[in-house]
Design a binder for this molecule. Structure first.
Ligand code: GLA
Length: 573
C-alpha cells in the first residue's frame, strides 16, 4: 500500500512538473506539441524511396585496388599505371581485381573555365581521360574519388552542389567506380520556406499561371496563416511533418516548364524543400540565408510536366542529419545514372555504368539508406594497418548482415592485407573475414611488392598467395550476395555464409593469443534461416586455406591459430 502511494505521488509530481514546463513554453510563444514532434522526428529517417539503387553494378562485392592505403597523397599517373600493370601481371586481375581506383589527391585545386574538375597538372599531366584509356587498355576499369562536401578530405574541390557537372565529367572520362567521401559536408536545413503561391511558365504558357497556397491541399502540420491584411501563406512544412499539395497544375503539352516558388520571406539561416512532381520526379531546392526586407521571394527550378493535370507537392523531409546525408548521397547517385546514360546516347556507344561507393564512415547509419542511394556504403571510420583496427571494424560490420544483398553491400573499408605490421595469420584472417562479410575486396597495398627485381612475379610471396586464394574469393563472390551471420561470439566467433547450390561457408575465428580448439554442429548451421544445406547423413567439408577435405556427419572440429581462422565450404555428400 505504501509503495502504491509513493508511485502515485511520484506520478502527480511528474505531472505537475510537465504541466509547469508546458505553461512556461506557451508563455514564451513556443508550441510544446510541435517541439515534441520535432524532437521525435529527429530520431528516425524520413527520407523514403522505395526502390533500391540497383544500377546493375556490384551484383557481387567489387574487387580492385585503390591508391589510398599505401600511397595517400603521393600519387601520380606513373604510379597508377605501374599498379595497373602489376595487377595484370601478377594474376590479380584474373583473380577478379578489376577496378583501379584513384583516391584523394588526383585533382588540381582549380576547376577549368567551364567549372569541370581536372587532374593535377604536374602529377597527372596527360589528364584523367588518357589515364582511364590506358587502364582500360589493360582490360581493367578505372575508379575515381570526390567528396560529398565543398572540399575533399585533403581539401581539394569536392562535388557538393556540383553533382551534375562532376558526374558528367566522370562519365565522359569513362570512369566505372566512384567513391564519394564525406569531408566538408554541409547539413541540409530542417527548415522549410513559407509558401505564398507557386507558378508555371513555359513554351506553351507564355504568361505565368499562379496557384495560391490557400487553395492547395494541406497535409500533416501544414497550416494556412492569414495575416491581418487578409494576406495568407502556408507554413509547417519542416522536418518531414507537413506537405502542401497543388493538385490542379494544368498544362497543355508535355515538356519542361519553369516552376516558381513564391515564398513569404522571414529571416532565416537557410531553408530546403523537395518539390515532387506527379509522385516520382524529385527536385531539391536550397534556399540560402535571407533577410525579410521584402515580403516575397522567388526561387525557380525547371521541372518536367505532362499534358493535362499534374500534382506538385512540397515538403522538407529533412528532420535529422541522417535524412540530410541520405538526400545528398542520393542526389549524386541520380546524377551518375543520368550522366552515363546521357553520354552513351550522345556518343552512340555502350553505357559504362558507374559503381557508386558511399564513403560516409557510418556516421549516419548508411546501412539504413545506402542501398537506395548507391551500391556500397562504408560502415566505419578509416581502417589502419594494425590488428586492433581490423578487429574493431570487423566487430562493428559483422552485425550488419541483414542489410547486404546483390547490388548493395556493407563496406568495412579497403584491405590492409600486406600493409603495416599484420602477421601472416592476421593477414589471412582479415582477408577471410572480409570475404565472409561479402565486403568489397579493394586492395590497399603496393602491388609492385609482388614483383622480383627482374620484373618477374614472385609467386612465393605469402601476401600474393593470400590475395589470390580462389576458394576464399569464391566465397566472397558468391552470387547469392549474402553477408555471413555470426552464430557464436566472444573470444571465438563462428560465422555462417549461405552459398549457391545449397552450400554453405563456415568460418572459425580465434581472437585469443592462444591456439585453440573450436567446433560447430551441423544443427547450428541448419538453424540459420537462409541456409539451404540439405539434411544429410554426411557432408563434404573443405578447408579453404590448407585445402584438406573431410567427410563429417554432425560436427566440424578444428584447431585455430592465435588471431587465426579456419574456413570451410560445406556441401551435402
Ligand atoms: C577519408 C576516407 C578514406 C580516404 C581519405 C582520403 O578519410 O575515409 O578512405 O578516402 O578520406 O582523403
Amino acid at each position: 500500500m505504501k509503495k502504491g502511494l509513493a508511485i502515485l505521488s511520484g506520478i502527480t509530481a511528474a505531472g505537475t512538473a510537465v504541466g509547469g514546463a508546458v505553461l512556461f513554453l506557451k508563455k514564451k510563444g513556443i508550441c510544446p506539441r510541435c517541439e515534441i514532434k520535432k524532437a521525435l522526428a529527429k530520431t528516425k529517417i524520413h527520407y523514403t524511396k522505395d526502390e533500391m539503387y540497383n544500377n546493375g553494378t556490384a551484383l557481387t562485392p567489387p574487387m580492385g585496388w585503390s591508391s589510398w592505403n599505401a600511397f595517400r597523397q603521393r600519387i601520380d599517373e606513373n604510379v597508377i599505371l605501374e599498379m595497373a600493370e602489376a595487377v595484370k601481371k601478377t594474376g590479380l586481375a584474373d583473380a577478379g581485381y578489376i577496378y583501379i581506383n584513384l583516391d584523394d589527391c588526383w585533382h588540381s585545386s582549380m576547376r577549368d573555365e567551364n567549372g569541370k574538375l581536372q587532374g593535377d597538372f604536374s602529377t597527372f599531366p596527360h589528364g584523367i581521360k588518357w589515364l582511364v584509356e590506358k587502364i582500360n587498355g589493360l582490360g581493367l576499369k578505372a575508379g575515381i574519388y570526390s567528396s560529398n562536401g565543398t572540399l575533399t578530405c585533403e581539401s581539394l574541390p569536392g562535388s557538393l552542389y556540383n553533382e551534375q557537372i562532376d558526374a558528367e565529367t566522370f562519365a565522359e572520362w569513362g570512369i566505372e567506380y566512384f567513391k564519394y567521401d564525406y569531408c566538408h559536408h554541409e547539413l541540409i536545413s530542417t527548415k522549410a520556406p513559407y509558401i505564398d503561391s507557386v507558378s508555371i511558365i513555359g513554351n506553351s504558357i507564355k504568361n505565368e499561371i499562379v496557384f495560391k497556397a490557400k487553395d492547395a491541399v494541406l497535409k500533416g502540420d501544414a497550416k494556412l496563416i492569414v495575416e491581418d491584411n487578409n494576406y495568407s501563406y502556408v507554413k509547417g512544412l519542416c522536418s518531414g511533418l507537413g506537405t502542401i499539395e497543388f493538385n490542379n497544375i494544368e498544362v497543355p503539352e508535355d515538356g519542361e516548364y519553369v516552376f516558381t516558388l513564391i515564398m513569404r520571406k522571414h529571416a532565416c539561416n537557410g531553408q530546403f524543400c523537395v518539390v515532387t512532381v506527379n509522385g516520382t520526379d524529385k527536385y531539391d531546392l536550397y534556399i540560402a540565408e535571407h533577410k525579410a526586407f521584402s515580403r516575397e521571394g522567388r526561387r525557380q527550378i525547371k521541372v518536367n510536366l505532362k499534358a493535362g493535370r499534374n500534382v506538385i507537392s512540397i515538403t522538407n523531409p529533412v528532420a535529422s542529419s541522417m535524412d540530410s546525408a541520405a538526400i545528398q548521397y542520393e542526389k549524386m547517385g541520380r546524377e551518375l545514372v543520368n550522366a552515363t546514360k546521357k553520354y552513351a546516347q550522345e556518343h552512340n556507344c555502350p553505357e559504362k555504368k558507374i559503381l557508386y561507393s558511399i564513403c560516409e564512415w557510418g556516421t549516419n547509419k548508411p546501412w539504413k539508406w545506402g542501398g537506395k542511394a548507391g551500391n556500397i556504403w562504408r560502415t566505419t571510420p578509416d581502417i589502419r594497418p594494425f590488428w586492433a583496427s581490423v578487429l574493431g571494424i570487423y566487430e562493428f560490420n559483422v552485425k550488419l548482415d541483414e542489410y547486404a544483398q546483390p547490388g548493395a553491400f556493407n563496406d568495412p573499408d579497403m584491405l590492409e592485407v600486406g600493409n603495416g605490421n599484420l602477421t601472416y595469420e592476421e593477414n589471412k584472417s582479415h582477408f577471410t573475414l572480409w570475404a565472409m562479410m561479402a565486403a568489397p575486396l579493394i586492395l590497399g597495398n603496393d602491388i609492385r611488392d609482388f614483383l622480383n627485381a627482374d620484373g618477374t612475379v614472385d609467386y612465393d610471396n605469402k601476401v600474393l598467395q593470400i590475395l589470390t586464394n580462389k576458394d576464399v574469393i569464391s566465397v566472397n563472390q558468391d552470387k547469392l550476395g549474402i553477408q555471413c551471420k555470426r552464430i557464436k561470439t566472444g573470444l571465438k566467433d563462428v560465422l555462417v555464409k549461405p552459398l549457391e547450390n545449397n552450400e554453405v561457408a563456415v568460418c572459425f575465428f580465434n581472437k585469443t593469443n592462444l591456439k585453440t580448439e573450436m567446433n560447430c554442429s551441423i544443427a547450428d548451421i541448419h538453424n540459420v534461416i537462409s541456409v539451404k544445406l540439405p539434411k544429410s547423413e554426411k557432408f563434404v567439408c573443405k578447408e579453404l586455406w590448407d585445402k584438406t577435405e573431410t567427410i563429417i556427419s554432425d560436427k566440424i572440429n578444428a584447431t585455430v591459430e592465435p588471431h587465426g581462422v579456419k574456413v570451410f565450404r560445406i556441401s551435402a555428400d
